[in-house]
Ligand binder design. Structure first.
Ligand SMILES: Nc1ncnc2c1ncn2[C@@H]1O[C@H](COP(=O)(O)OP(=O)(O)OP(=O)(O)O)[C@@H](O)[C@H]1O
Length: 246
């Protein structure tokens, strides 16, 4: 029996190809920001997108998190072909993406724990079902001591950690972080990228966008350079020795 395109997309996903973009354009209104994008992200790997201001990094993360539709080319994200998918399929795929925004928004008076648990509450889970997982997650990002503190009391770096924990809560297949080290010391920035990169060990695909290309030796990753909306072919990097064993 001939294979359908839908079954080929499902196979790709099952073989660990989380994102495959071929010759994709995307933009806003009359302006095309991303041009001729070829990109692939696989489960268990880290992809680092770097380039100057206004190169299109944030726009690229919007495309991957299914918030900005492609205009042309072929985009298969989490087994869904965006040009042909129904709204329901896109909504389902969106739920499998964890997104850490450049400026994460929280309910400031709520505790770190409650903010991190928010995606699970929205999925209809009850505290008795998620409490242990959320507590583990808050520990994992290094905020164990701040679990009960209102988010408004956290430092900039701690807020970023809370945003990462929240993005991981619903066990996404794909984790996207836009400029996750902005405003941090170099040491804090490297810790944040290491934390995100750790998620490859549980089989997630990780995509990090940042202007700071000194971060690309924090863990083994594929480094993609973007300039004026065009993405280069990736280079593979290794972790800097001393840090690989931390
Ligand atoms: N909502 C929008 N409407 C129209 N143009 C936009 C919009 N958002 C971004 N742009 C334009 O798209 C281009 C790429 O912006 P983008 O924010 O993706 O770049 P970036 O690489 O993330 O930049 P930075 O490192 O400064 O955050 C810029 O020229 C920007 O002005």
């Amino acid at each position: 029996m001939p294979r359908t395109r839908a079954s080929i997309e499902t196979d790709l996903f099952e073989r660990g190809v989380l994102v495959r973009l071929s010759n994709v354009d995307a933009g806003y209104g009359a302006s095309t920001v991303l041009m001729g994008i070829d990109f692939e992200a696989r489960a268990g790997e880290v992809n680092f997108i770097t380039g100057p201001a206004a190169a299109g990094k944030t726009t690229f993360t919007h495309l991957l998190r299914l918030a900005l539709p492609p205009r042309s080319g072929r985009s298969v994200i989490l087994g869904v072909d965006l040009m042909r998918a129904r709204a329901r399929e896109i909504a389902d795929a969106k739920r499998r993406v964890g997104y850490v925004a450049e400026n994460p928004v929280f309910i400031e008076q709520w505790s770190t724990f409650d903010n991190v648990a928010m995606p699970l509450r929205m999925l209809g889970q009850k505290p008795r079902d998620y409490a242990e997982d959320v507590r583990e997650l808050v520990e994992f990002v290094g905020l164990g001591g701040a679990a009960e503190l209102p988010v408004e009391k956290l430092s900039g770096a701690e807020r970023r950690r809370a945003a990462i924990a929240r993005a991981l809560a619903a066990k996404p297949n794909l984790i996207l972080a836009d400029d996750p080290t902005a405003g941090m010391s170099p040491a804090d920035g490297r810790r944040i990228v290491r934390l995100l990169s750790e998620m490859r060990r549980v089989g997630a695909g990780v995509v990090i966008a940042s202007q700071d290309d000194t971060l690309c030796d924090v863990s083994p990753m594929w480094v993609w350079r973007i300039d004026r909306g065009r993405l280069s072919q990736p280079e593979q990097t290794e972790a800097a020795d001393a840090e690989a064993y931390e």
